[in-house]
Design a protein around this ligand. Structure first.
Ligand SMILES: Nc1ncnc2c1ncn2[C@@H]1O[C@H](COP(=O)(O)OP(=O)(O)OP(=O)(O)O)[C@@H](O)[C@H]1O
Ligand SMILES: [Mg+2]
Length: 280
């Protein structure tokens, strides 16, 4: 595959056709916040009280062993999974539930879809619709959730595909694209919704090694443009270079949360030290 070309500005307002949302910082100043998240599957307590915040424009990298709850935590933040206890807040406002008569009740499907679209999610295995073309995958949220006309949605989607270096692949189906190309479609699909934050769950770990760099560059460029991001990754180099803070998860808890230099050079927890020795 040819080298990806420079992207220009992925978040250009005029292309997206929607104003960039203004920030209403919380008292702590977090754009996105997890507060005491708990989640269990049967007897398996997967999240045991996860709390952290991400400031607007910051990148948080998340490391941790398999099964420690990283994906579950991201799915809860993205409102793809309910929490048993705790809250997710975006711009200081609790999301995913609403209050009615002093009780928390589920949101309607339409409201939930709208809230979800504020948080973009990119998965390890792309999760594209196999029966839709690249442009079809990118535009579907615009027509279904944002109510845009197919013509307008298609224009916005094509522009975004161009920006991730896939203009000529707009009419290809996922099965006709490489892993790296599918992941670009997935990133474009999330970005056209003009999300306030982007969550990435090991976005490069299903890719052939030569395709990893291209996806990491797109992510780095997004970070440089000021996107707020939470990135579960094993790419230690990326975490060191791009993250403002790095989190270590173990057994459903955050056991370390520090700036990259401190995290990698002098971690406080023995568990983190052992983990880093194993992955580096
Ligand atoms: N839908 C589910 N139903 C039942 N158990 C689940 C479900 N999703 C996750 N789990 C369990 O929750 C635990 C944490 O899983 P999770 O996928 O969040 O871990 P992870 O840190 O992302 O691991 P990996 O690095 O392997 O991706 C595991 O024990 C897993 O088996
Ligand atoms: Mg996972």
């Amino acid at each position: 595959m040819s080298e990806p070309r420079p992207l220009g500005h992925l978040l250009d307002e005029s292309v997206l056709g929607e104003p960039v949302a203004a920030s209403h910082a919380t008292s702590e100043g977090y754009l996105l916040e997890a507060i005491d998240l708990h989640r269990r599957y049967g007897h398996n307590e997967v999240l045991r009280g996860v709390s952290f915040g991400v400031h607007r424009g910051d990148v948080k990298a998340v490391l941790g062993p398999s099964g420690s709850g990283k994906s579950t935590m991201l799915r809860c933040l993205a409102l793809l999974e309910p929490v048993d206890r705790g809250e997710v807040r975006l711009e200081g406002k609790r999301i995913g539930v609403r209050e009615s008569g002093g009780r928390l009740v589920p949101l309607s499907e339409a409201t939930l879809a709208r809230e979800r679209s504020n948080i973009g999610m990119v998965f390890q295995r792309f999760n594209l619709f196999p029966h839709l073309t690249a442009v079809g995958n990118v535009m579907i949220g615009l027509t279904e959730v944002r109510g845009k006309s197919p013509t307008e949605a298609r224009d916005i989607a094509k522009n975004m595909l161009d920006r991730v270096g896939l203009a000529e692949r707009a009419k290809y189906f996922p099965g006709e694209l490489s892993g790296g190309q599918q992941q670009r479609v997935a990133i474009a699909r999330a970005l056209v919704m003009n999300p306030k934050a982007m969550l990435f769950d090991e976005p490069t770990s299903a890719l052939d090694p030569e395709l990893v760099g291209g996806i990491l560059s797109i992510m780095e460029e997004l970070a440089n443009e000021g996107m707020t991001m939470v990135v579960v990754t094993h790419e230690v180099g990326f975490a060191r270079r791009v993250a403002d803070r790095v989190i270590m998860m173990d057994g459903g808890l955050i056991i370390e949360d520090a700036p990259p230099t401190e995290f990698f050079e002098s971690p406080q927890q023995e568990r983190t030290r052992k983990f880093l020795e194993a992955v580096q």
